[in-house]
Design a protein around this ligand. Structure first.
Ligand code: ATP
Ligand code: MG
Length: 360
């Protein structure tokens, strides 16, 4: 945002906060600092009794109205109980942000367990996640940006050493671009191939579990002998619609076991789905995927099904443009604009990626 615009947004707060706070019954909330954010300005307040965080949170809509902001978010400083931050957002989302990739990348192979950058949150900070061993679930309506978010994860993982990628892409739309980086890839609907891939993965998990039991380890770290295996399913609603009822039950059962047993054995699953509700994705499978992203969703139930009930503010997804998501790993949800990886960026990422050797 331009400097002049920022000034127009911060000056009124700077000069009128004491009187506005007084009129809203928040007299004890003294103004301490104002700084820029990507969506507007951040105001730091010091609280003196009787002002309280709950009183300010209850007044957030009235504060937004007083300053003509699209939204006011209230957050507490985890290190100081008398400090509260007000984020005056003059826009609801950041808009497209390109994945920070240049054609002369930082020399792969990189550490597979390093945090991967996913996008920018509403405070302008980069969101990093460590998906290996944790699992990822992405829920959102068609066009909300699930496949692109998978690209961002693949961009990070493909540069990592000791990471093998396995994929199921029933729509033959997305993973095909990464074909040469995948060790195994099913393109299109084929329940026989899907079952066979999941059985092979489960067999590897069993062998690794035996190895762990004999060596006395609790958890397998990625290595040349036992690379991390990441199973990417883009799009689960399509896989779940494949074959007979018996095939579907078999696929669901296998996936559930891969997700639940894989964790200790360096096998991780990423699932994107247009329909995250319990009729399409098994509740146990869903609950075992630690990183959840709700992109634009059809209704509140789908956001609940992705993130877990009540851990988010639904207003943050209103009018969401592609790539805007709420992310949670079990704690409070954080709004993020996922980086965009355009089609033309993928070949250069794939070309510079680490190549797995032969696997067990
Ligand atoms: N993070 C993003 N930033 C900007 N634009 C995005 C982002 N993610 C997706 N888009 C835009 O939205 C379009 C659809 O995205 P994508 O294919 O990832 O959606 P999807 O949720 O996988 O849809 P479907 O359910 O149909 O597979 C992209 O082609 C791109 O133009
Ligand atoms: Mg998609």
């Amino acid at each position: 945002m331009r400097f002049g615009v920022k000034l127009r947004q911060s000056l009124p707060v700077l000069f009128t906060w004491p009187s506005v706070a007084q009129s809203l019954g928040l007299g004890g909330a003294g103004f301490a600092r104002v700084s820029d954010t990507p969506l507007g300005v951040k105001v730091t307040l010091h609280l003196r009794p009787p002002a309280s965080v709950s009183a300010i949170a209850a007044a957030h809509e009235r504060i937004a109205a007083a300053y003509g902001a699209a939204r006011v978010r209230v957050q507490t400083d985890p290190l100081a109980s008398d400090v509260v931050w007000l984020f005056f957002d003059y826009a609801l989302a950041l808009g497209s942000v390109r994945y920070p990739w240049d054609d002369a990348p930082t020399h792969p192979p990189l550490d597979p367990l390093r945090p991967l950058p996913l996008g920018i949150d509403d405070s302008g900070d980069v969101l990093f996640i460590e998906p290996l061993g944790q699992g990822v679930l992405l829920g959102g309506i068609p066009g909300s940006g699930k496949s692109n978010a998978i690209r961002v994860l693949l961009a990070g993982l493909s540069q990592s050493r000791d990471v093998a990628l396995w994929g199921i892409d029933p729509k033959q739309a997305e993973l095909v671009l990464w074909r040469t980086r995948f060790s195994r890839l099913i393109l299109g609907h084929d329940e026989v191939q899907t079952i066979s891939l999941l059985e092979d993965l489960l067999a590897i998990i069993h062998r690794r579990a035996l190895f762990l039991a004999t060596t006395g380890g609790a958890r397998l770290l990625p290595s040349a002998r036992h690379p991390a295996i990441v199973l990417v399913v883009d799009e689960w609603a399509e896989v779940g619609a494949t074959g007979s009822t018996k095939d579907r039950q078999r696929i669901e059962g296998l996936l559930r076991r891969v997700v639940s047993l894989g964790r200790a054995c360096a096998v991780t699953t990423f699932i994107a789905t247009q329909r995250p509700t319990s009729d399409t994705i098994d509740v146990t499978t869903r609950s075992l995927l630690a990183h959840r992203f709700a992109l634009r969703v059809g209704d509140r139930h789908q956001a609940d099904a992705t993130l877990g009930v009540g851990s988010y503010d639904p207003s943050q997804l209103i009018g969401a443009s592609p790539g805007r998501a709420l992310w949670s790993d079990g704690g409070p949800a954080r709004a993020v604009q996922v980086y965009r990886v355009p089609d033309e960026m993928v070949p250069s990422i794939v070309a510079s990626s680490w190549t797995p050797g032969s696997q067990e």
